[in-house]
Design a protein around this ligand. Structure first.
Ligand SMILES: [Zn+2]
Length: 95
């Protein structure tokens, strides 16, 4: 198996196209230097990915956040409202 050196995507025999780059930042804290680059299939996935990373950095972020996404250098900024739930799984086995 081989993987794309640019996006780490799996290179299949059907060919491969890297997903596009997006620039993302938190709407609450968004100066010019705060934009981060993420490679995802669409703007929504980029927003979700950014929120997931931001939360794991701080060890549990807010349950809601607004993430801004734009194509690199574009002034056309999309807004995504991110929500998530923690889930707790229970397992039972006969003792
Ligand atoms: Zn690729």
């Amino acid at each position: 198996m081989s993987y794309c050196p640019i996006c780490d995507g799996f290179l299949s025999s059907f060919g491969h196209t890297c997903p596009p780059l997006w620039e993302v930042c938190d709407a609450e804290d968004c100066d010019d230097q705060d934009w981060q680059t993420i490679r995802e299939i669409d703007a929504e996935e980029a927003a979700r990915e950014y929120a997931g990373k931001a939360d794991s950095d701080s060890g549990g972020g807010p349950h809601e956040r607004t993430v801004l996404v734009r194509a690199p250098g574009s002034t056309d900024v999309k807004r995504f409202f991110i929500t998530f739930d923690y889930s707790i799984d229970y397992y039972a086995r006969e003792a």
